[in-house]
Write a protein that binds this ligand. Structure first.
Ligand code: GRF
Length: 186
C-alpha cells in the first residue's frame, strides 16, 4: 500500500508516520507533498529518503496534485498539518482513503480558521476541562468526515495555549501512526 502525506509546516506528525512505516512490509510512505517549498516537512522527508513534491494552491486547484498522486499510484492520502482546503475532485479521487488529524475533539472547534494556535486559544478561552485529537476521513465537508479515532487529555486553568498545544502534539505523535496502520489493515 502506497501512502502520500500532505503537510504545510513543520511535519512532526509526518516524521512519526515515516518512522512508523520505515520497516513495514504492509505499507510505504511513497511521497511527501507540500504547498510550501520551504516547509520543514520536506527536510524531514529527505532524511527518510522519501520523494517530495511541492505545488501551489493554483496548481492544486487545477488538478496537478491529483494527477501526481494518481501517477504515483498512491492508495492513501494522509493530511498531517495541511492548511489548504482539499478540492472536491481530489477528495472524490480518494474517497474513504483520505485521513486528517485535527488538534481538538470534533465536532468542537472544527471548521475554518481553527488551525495552529487558534484551536488551543479557543479551548483555553472556553475554560474546557479537556481537549484532544480527532482522526477522521476527509469528505467534501472537511472536518465532518467519519471520525476514526479520538483521544483526550485534561486541561487545567493554569495551562497556556502553548501548554495545551504540547499536550495535543504528544497525543498526535502517540496515536496517529498506529491509527493509520489499523485503517490500512482493516
Ligand atoms: C498538528 O497539530 C495537526 O493536528 C494540525 O497541524 C499540526 C501539524 O503539526 N493539523 P506538524 O506539522 O505535524 O508538527
Amino acid at each position: 500500500v502506497r501512502i502520500a502525506i500532505l503537510a504545510s509546516g513543520s511535519g512532526s506528525n509526518a516524521e512519526k508516520i515515516m518512522e512508523y512505516f520505515q520497516h513495514s512490509d504492509q505499507a510505504e510512505i511513497a511521497l511527501v507533498a507540500s504547498n510550501k517549498a520551504d516547509a520543514f516537512v520536506l527536510e524531514r522527508a529527505r532524511k527518510f529518503s522519501v520523494p517530495t513534491f511541492t505545488f501551489s494552491r493554483k496548481e492544486m486547484e487545477a488538478g496537478t496534485l491529483t494527477q501526481k498522486l494518481l501517477a504515483d499510484k498512491i492508495d492513501w492520502v494522509i493530511l498531517a498539518g495541511f492548511l489548504l482546503k482539499i478540492p472536491d475532485e481530489l477528495t472524490r479521487s480518494f474517497s474513504d482513503r483520505m485521513v486528517n488529524i485535527h488538534p481538538a475533539l470534533l465536532p468542537r472547534y472544527g471548521g475554518k480558521g481553527m488551525y495552529g494556535m487558534h484551536v488551543h486559544e479557543a479551548v483555553k478561552a472556553a475554560g474546557d476541562a479537556e481537549t484532544g485529537i480527532t482522526i477522521h476521513l476527509v469528505n467534501e465537508h472537511y472536518d465532518e468526515g467519519k471520525i476514526i479515532f479520538q483521544a483526550s487529555t485534561p486541561v487545567s486553568p493554569e495551562d497556556s495555549p502553548e501548554d495545551i498545544a504540547q499536550k495535543v502534539h504528544a497525543l498526535e505523535h502517540e496515536h496517529f501512526p498506529r491509527v493509520i496502520g489499523e485503517l490500512l489493515g482493516r
